[in-house]
Design a protein around this ligand. Sequence first.
Ligand code: ATP
Length: 136
Amino acid sequence: TEETLVLVKPDGVARGLTGAILARIEAKGYALVDIRLVEPDRERLEKHYAEHAGKPFYEPLLEFMQSGPSVAIRLAGNRVIEGFRSLAGTTDPTTAAPGTVRGDLGRDWGLAVQQNLVHGSDSPESAARELGIWFG
Ligand code: ATP
């Protein structure tokens, strides 16, 4: 069975939406293998977001991700990588489909980075790499 890394990002934790997001994940039927509250340092975030280094939102993104704790979740199930990304919705919460986490619970706050509540690995390779970064 497949595994993925899910993060409830600092905006989700700060807004008290961790439970609502976990409820959607559990209702879908995926299995929580491990879960922890993490306050990542810059080095961990540089590894996690290496593919975005140099992009205009990179520094705001790293700052945002250090603004408070995130909840890291090791999640398991058949096709959970694709399935969680479908639950999460597209990156921009303004246009993410209603019914998704970002579409229902997120919005644009006019900041330099999209505060879009969650992260989910986008491939088996990313999942293995990111699970090592957050649970290694
Ligand atoms: P994630 O990887 O966090 O699940 P994603 O795959 O939808 O999200 P990525 O393209 O990997 O998005 O970008 C990582 C994160 O960087 C986004 O979740 C968002 O917080 C921020 N981000 C991405 N693109 C932009 C943008 N154009 N403007 C502002 N912030 C952005």
